[in-house]
Ligand binder design. Structure first.
Ligand SMILES: CC(C)(COP(=O)(O)OP(=O)(O)OC[C@H]1O[C@@H](n2cnc3c(N)ncnc32)[C@H](O)[C@@H]1OP(=O)(O)O)[C@@H](O)C(=O)NCCC(=O)NCCS
Length: 185
């Protein structure tokens, strides 16, 4: 895929200096650099990188094995997108289409050094565009009871806690199920 460099007009930087969207292209700016990010569908050669990122993002008992990741990505209704900065994968999301108009976010991972810059939000925006195309009525996900930053992230995007599942993870932690509902057109 061609990596098109897009530069935001100064006026837009003034409105939202850290993140400016141009379709699926977005720009992240901090005091050192401006880099163009791109989101594209998963390619099989990405698998090792996604596995490594997932291992970095989650403790044992919550992170997925290579086989689990392969299984999720390969599901018939699943979509996986990866976010790139300077051609390096900095995050990804796996979402699965379940029966009865329900979407399930299997995981969303952003590498440590790139968090808080809008990468996760951009991936979630794509997930919601997909949900709209698929006419889904809701998306749900599970997040560990102690993962407060992820809970804040999802809340900011309109997801609400609906249920706590005790000992959901193999390390004994409970999970919150969080849901966002959509109006069908
Ligand atoms: C959770 C995660 C995906 C968020 O991605 P991100 O790129 O860091 O998030 P963004 O920069 O797009 O943040 C979007 C919004 O979420 C909220 N947010 C994100 N990280 C936050 C944090 N650590 N604390 C508080 N709020 C946070 C903010 O409200 C932010 O809104 P803003 O744009 O108005 O500032 C990322 O931190 C991550 O990969 N964490 C480790 C893996 C993980 O826990 N995944 C979720 C599994 S359930």
């Amino acid at each position: 895929m061609v990596n098109i460099r897009v530069w935001a007009p100064k006026a837009m930087h003034a409105m939202r200096p850290d993140l400016v969207f141009f379709n699926s292209q977005f720009i992240i700016q901090n005091s050192y650099f401006i880099s163009v990010m791109q989101i594209r569908p998963f390619q099989p050669s990405d698998l090792d990188t996604l596995y490594r990122i997932d291992q970095e993002c989650f403790p044992p008992g919550i992170s997925y094995s290579r086989n689990e990741l392969t299984g999720f990505i390969g599901r018939r209704g699943a979509k996986t997108w990866v976010a790139l900065a300077n051609e390096r994968i900095v995050g990804f999301v796996i979402v699965d289409r379940e029966p009865q108009g329900v979407g399930h976010i299997v995981t969303i991972d952003v590498v440590g050094g790139m968090r808080g810059k809008g990468v996760g939000k951009a991936l979630m925006k794509l997930v919601e565009e997909w949900a709209q195309q698929e006419a889904l009525r809701m998306i749900y996900l599970e997040t560990a009871e102690n993962n407060h930053s992820a809970q804040t992230f999802y809340s900011a995007l309109g997801y609400g806690k609906v249920k706590e599942i005790p000992e959901y993870y193999s390390n004994g932690l409970a999970a919150w199920v969080m849901v966002k509902r959509f109006q069908r057109r």
